[in-house]
Design a protein around this ligand. Structure first.
Ligand code: SF4
Length: 378
């Protein structure tokens, strides 16, 4: 049913839940969690560290901390435990997002076996390989991603080792970058405007003559497409290119979103075809892929981004996260007064399914005359 993106209806009578066809844990996250817990199991008595959060899910990270694992950095790269405290006897787990070459070399210098406990997702490695291929053909690499996100920092580090590289976080920055391509802005402004987002020795007057775009695996597909199209148009205008000559200045690549991001986003688009009262998106508040699912839902209907069932305080009030202002908000009367209430539900790639189940059970508990879960499942 891979190509079927219609949601699953769970009809409890007065409340109907439409569950996205694809949601929740992806291969990369399952793989990372599996390796992490196996490492803990096989290395009792050893000190085990995680470079940063394993994945962006508070429950999973709390479980790891409870098993004695400690974080070396927070998720913006600030050091919690200095690398100098590590010894070659310690184990350091590389998270699913991967890490920078600089950190990898630092750990290797201490004598830590980086390869053995590496949970970097193969779909992230695929982006690194794509960057390398673009670099081999002498293109500069433009990375569409969140500049401070672990994955983008890791991808940037790998890309910058092979070619000049720049990170653009959104269309607004892309429009500005295009102005440097077109010579509409003084070159020297680039270095302050894109501070911390370009590789060492980047020469804005030369390094934007041939470009290729890759992206963080969890961006919004339509955003990456729009960014690549915009930059392509800028190249066409600058060099007067035709369909045949465009490849001389713009590498023809498809986006580097991972399959889970693609499937979860397509499933949300499919789910949004159903007329509903509200949507609930479940996931960690710093999860990039989850915030994009929220964005898609918000375009259509009232959407509540929550991390667990505890955020549903009652049938009247809900505590939910605004990822743009980075604040939790309390909303009253989130359920409509009419029945049946129709609710769309999905979750991000780092969200365990048990959280979604807990939320569905909590929601149906506010309605007295519902069918039982077993009845609905049968
Ligand atoms: S969201 Fe995609 S890239 Fe990230 S861990 Fe999951 S499968 Fe890998």
């Amino acid at each position: 049913m891979k190509k079927d993106f219609s949601p699953t209806l769970l009809d409890f009578g007065p409340i109907q839940i439409f569950l996205a066809r694809h949601f929740g844990f992806c291969y990369g996250v399952e793989n990372a969690i599996d390796i992490a817990f196996r490492t803990i199991e096989e290395n009792r008595g050893k000190r085990i560290f995680l470079l940063s959060e394993m994945i962006h899910n508070p429950q999973v990270n709390a479980d790891l901390l409870a098993s004695g694992v400690r974080f070396l950095q927070d998720n913006t790269g600030n050091q919690i435990i200095p690398f100098e405290d590590l010894t070659s006897e310690d184990i350091v787990l590389i998270p699913a997002f991967g890490t920078t070459l600089h950190i990898e070399q630092k750990l290797k210098a201490i004598g830590i076996q980086v390869e053995k406990y590496n949970t970097t997702c193969p779909f992230v490695e695929k982006v690194w390989n794509r960057s390398e291929a673009i670099a081999k053909n002498n293109y500069t690499i433009i990375i569409h991603g969140k500049p401070t996100h672990e994955e983008t920092r890791a991808t940037f580090s790998h890309a910058a080792a092979t070619a000049p590289s720049v990170v653009v976080k959104d269309m607004k920055q892309t429009i500005e970058l295009a102005k440097y391509i077109l010579g509409e802005k003084p070159a020297e402004l680039f270095y302050s405007e894109f501070k911390n987002q370009y590789s060492e020795n980047f020469d804005v007057t030369k390094d934007l003559e041939r470009i290729g775009v890759v992206n963080q695996t969890t961006m919004l597909a339509s955003d990456t497409q729009a960014i690549a199209d915009y930059l392509k148009e800028a190249m066409i205008a600058k060099y007067n290119l035709t369909a045949e000559t465009v490849k001389n200045h713009f590498a023809d690549t498809r986006d580097t979103l991972c399959y889970a991001t693609n499937d979860n986003q397509s499933a949300v688009t499919g789910m949004l075809q159903v007329p509903a009262d509200l949507a609930i998106v479940v996931g960690g508040y710093n999860s990039s892929n989850t915030s994009h699912l929220v964005e898609l839902c918000e375009e259509k209907l009232p959407t509540y981004f929550i991390s667990s069932e505890e955020k549903i305080l009652s049938g009247k009030t809900i505590m939910h996260y605004n990822f743009k202002t980075k604040q939790e908000l309390l909303t009253e009367n989130y359920l409509p007064g009419t029945e049946p209430v129709k609710i769309l539900i999905t979750s991000g790639a780092s969200c365990p399914d048990a959280l979604v189940e807990g939320i569905i059970k909590k929601l149906i508990s506010f309605f007295p005359a519902t069918k039982s879960v077993d009845e609905v499942l049968n």
